[in-house]
Design a protein around this ligand. Structure first.
Ligand SMILES: [Zn+2]
Length: 323
């Protein structure tokens, strides 16, 4: 974990390293930044580092205390997950009750992690605030994980040491998504517009993405028969407007990703769409026009425009460019 953190989030690594060395870690830490799996891993890693039996800075990860944190069996450790259900006032009151008792583990430290802390009821937030203001012990450490700092009560954030995570770079998203069994091609494609591995997995399995990808392949195979793509889109999907919108949005994401990669001369996706490559080599001037059509359409999909008109207009305009 130490090397992973150092590679993926060098600034976070440095901040934590200094805190551990100088014993200056705050009693309330907030890990903030774009959705990345590594925030949760880091939260656990900090908890381990605080109680590790063999190391004074970063945790060893294998001693008895480290293992107990991983298994959530460390008696003075509590994990709350707000990703699917919001944290309630009772959760905080129970935590308070439990942590007011004398610590059981030998480190004396009591640690709790709240994941997706922005997903907390107002009552829970207020109880938490009281708990932060009057901790029952000097050795209590709170670790919060948030995707969106703006959604947190400022009275809470102002009491926290905030550690900012940078968004994942594309390659690390791809690697992580592949490790979740996402097909390599899909990982390369989706990582351009979804910046976390779980999100990439979800999109790759979605009906809208799969259909949009077929549409794009069909388009590449016969560039000058755009009308055929339009007709098959209308016949197959327009009876379900919500799905049609998602497919159109994915189609545009895919198209823009292809264009981004073409411009960057990236080999990620280029070898797959030979016809389009050939076309763009001959018609470089059209690239900016195509981008404009796609982005203008993208801005209309989820707004109150008539979807039929939006679709027709996009295909008509593309057809005017690609002749
Ligand atoms: Zn350890």
């Amino acid at each position: 974990m130490q090397n992973k953190l150092k590679d993926l989030q060098p600034v976070v690594y440095q901040v934590l390293s200094n805190c551990f060395k100088n014993n200056k870690l705050s009693h309330a830490i907030m890990l903030s930044g774009a959705k990345t799996n590594i925030k949760l891993e880091t939260a656990y890693y900090i908890a381990q580092s605080l109680v590790c039996e063999t190391s004074n800075d970063f945790a060893c990860g294998i001693c008895d205390s480290c293992t107990k944190i991983t298994n959530q069996s460390y008696a003075d450790f509590k994990y709350f997950d707000g990703t699917n259900v919001s944290i309630k006032k009772d959760d905080i009151l129970n935590l308070q009750k439990q942590f007011n008792k004398t610590g059981i583990e030998k480190s004396g430290k009591k640690i709790y992690i709240i994941n997706a802390a922005e997903n907390m009821t107002i009552e829970a937030g207020n109880s938490l605030l009281k708990f932060l203001e009057e901790p029952s012990s000097e050795n209590m450490i709170a670790i919060f994980i948030v995707d969106n700092l703006d959604k947190m009560l400022t009275t809470i954030t102002s009491r926290c040491q905030i550690i900012n995570f940078k968004p994942n770079d594309r390659q690390s998203c791809i690697d992580e998504a592949i490790s979740l069994n996402v097909d390599e091609f899909d990982a390369k494609m989706i990582s351009n517009y979804v910046k976390d591995a779980n999100g990439i997995l979800l999109v790759s399995e979605s009906e809208s993405y799969q259909n949009a990808l077929c549409m794009f392949t069909e388009f590449n195979n016969d560039l000058f028969m755009l009308e055929r793509v339009l007709v098959s889109f209308q016949t197959n999907y327009m009876n379900n407007k919500e799905l049609a919108k998602d497919i159109l949005a994915q189609f545009i994401n895919i198209f823009c990703t292809y264009l981004d990669d073409y411009l960057l001369d990236s080999v990620l996706l280029k070898d797959k769409y030979v016809n389009l490559n050939r076309y763009l080599e001959k018609n470089q001037m059209h690239l900016a026009m195509i981008y404009t059509i796609l982005l203008e359409t993208q801005g209309k999909i989820y707004r109150p425009f008539d979807l039929n008109l939006v679709v027709d207009q996009m295909f008509y305009e593309l057809q005017e460019v690609i002749k």
